[in-house]
Design a protein around this ligand. Sequence first.
Ligand code: FE2
Length: 280
Amino acid sequence: MSAAKIDKERFEIRDLKPTIGTALYTTMEELLSGNIAEQIRGLLQKRIVVVFPKLNPTDGQQTVVAGTIGTVQYDGADAILKITIELNANGTIPPDIFAPTRYWHIDNATSGLPAMAGILTARRVSSVGGQTEFANLYAAYEALPDADKQLVAGLRAVHSFETFQRCAKPDPTVAELTFWQSMKPRALPMVWTHGDGRKSLFIGSTASHVEGMEPEEGRMLLCRLQEWATQDQFIYRHEWTVGDMLIWNNTGAMHRAIPYPQDSGRLMSRSGIAGEEVFD
Ligand SMILES: [Fe+2]
């Protein structure tokens, strides 16, 4: 752990792990004003995860903060998505939809414009499990042996909503499978070369196979890269305290929720910040 002060007038930061995760301490007023939005964007690029311990924004304040950092994504009509797996607790959204989030993934992987960032605030936490883990896919790529960098350079993996949903439910109904397949699979490069020239891996549980490879060979490559990218030095696990707000760079990270009981009461307010880089 190292302590650092960038602008003590406005905020202080402390790195949580050497390659990923920074805690940022500031006032609600500074965040809402957008005065430090550029610094937060910079931290998301370098540190992937920025935690605001016990900031406890209201949903409205969280939406304002999201809007200072980028363009707020609207899931349906609301800027805030309530994440809970309790039965009948989230309006028309069936809790099943969140079941695969226990597996490593990139949000909106098949959209062609993955979310730039996500924001979570813990409203209620689980006493067992429920942590969120993030894996730095920039650092994982940069640390790959040269032979693997060359191997993945021109390869595309096929990602789909169906593949992701099947992780949690291998025996869907026809209605479920019809819904899953309404979102088309997409073959995406396994390396994302970003606008600034930096590269990150693009993998996760949305990927089923690698184009041009024997199925087993492709699945082994995906498995090997995921095992590589989720080594301890590349990941940050957040232990939630009520009121913690956390922003992560969705274009350079996979994330997952550690399983927790359905009746744990865990409730998160989630915002999305729209993608700014086309990826296809
Ligand atoms: Fe997610």
